[in-house]
Design a protein around this ligand. Sequence first.
Ligand SMILES: [Fe+2]
Length: 399
Amino acid sequence: MKIIYYKFMAFVVTWLMRLLPRNTPIVYKGINSALTLCEQVAVLGYTRVIIVTDEFLGSSGILDGIKARLTESGVEFVVFDGVLPDPAFDQVQVGEAILRTENCQAIIAVGGGSVLDAAKMMAMLHTNPGPLEKFDGIQKCKNFGLPLFAIPTTAGTGSEITLAAIITDPVSHRKMPIADTKMIPGYIALDAEIMKSMPPEITAATGMDALTHAVESYLSKASTEATETQARAAIRLIFMYLLKAYQDGNDMQARDAMAMASFYAGAAFGKASVGYVHGIAHQLGRVCGTPHGNANAMVLPEVLAAYGDCVHARLADLARLVNIGEPGSGDSQLAGQFIQAIVDMRQEMSLPLQPKDLKLQDITGIVDDAISEAGKLYPVPRYMSENEIRTIVNGLLAA
Ligand SMILES: [Fe+2]
């Protein structure tokens, strides 16, 4: 009975994603494109903005160039640096109150996925006031948000191009996936210079998040020719450049390629959605506080292997795309080699394999919530049994 319900939900989500009208953001790309974006804020006629960021970035000097270029362009600004990892709605409310009382006309978000998600939510809350529950689900907002300029500082979440934000309920600690096409930022700068100072472990984790977006969207039943093209582009770039960006943060070609990979993967999963890897990873974040990219990396190869035969042809396509395996090899062999390449990549970047503080008594809740999230929201290639998901999650327990 549940499977019928999940199939119905997958059908609804697939067609909503395909049919909902969306704006096409304007993208500035390349070294110092963040500064070009700041100039465009003025060209577009905004004279007072709020810069949304986190405490680390707020004090790191990364904002100096952005602030200087805004001032030179005649744009006044206030800074809100109170976004925390896995942002909760109370931080969104504080940021929105500041931008309202300061009469800001637009938001410039500078940060990783948490900052971008919080800024997207602030933009929507400003024009659609109400409690968090009002936004829970798909396309719940009536009005477009405040104009939003996004400058990602990591290459992975793709939040700059997606219609979704994950906002935590500060009381229940539930992570609410909020999806609305009106949340997609209008202006985006993909600036490798801004990403240069990202430490290797963050480069690795966020890069694996991008890989997960690309692979899960490619396997999704909601994928289209367009999303598959974007997913393949992301996967090709990640296999070529993620290790290089991890090994040398100053390799600007690798940084630039990873910024594009993250963007392509975000565009792909923003329409085709994700799958069980994200279903499990979100629970690991909620229960154990595991950073999102790390959580994906812990289960990506395991989930792909568990899907079995139904994804072999698709994974074999990806193996051929990144030149893994021999030309004459069969699909199942190539699929296995592609999965092994992800295991190798995870190992080469020394990504952790187990969440800190995962306890035996947490397993059932994680399994139930992962099955429910994937069932209700994601057009997965096939529905897995409770036992299959439990085996994957049990594998994360420390020996
Ligand atoms: Fe993700």
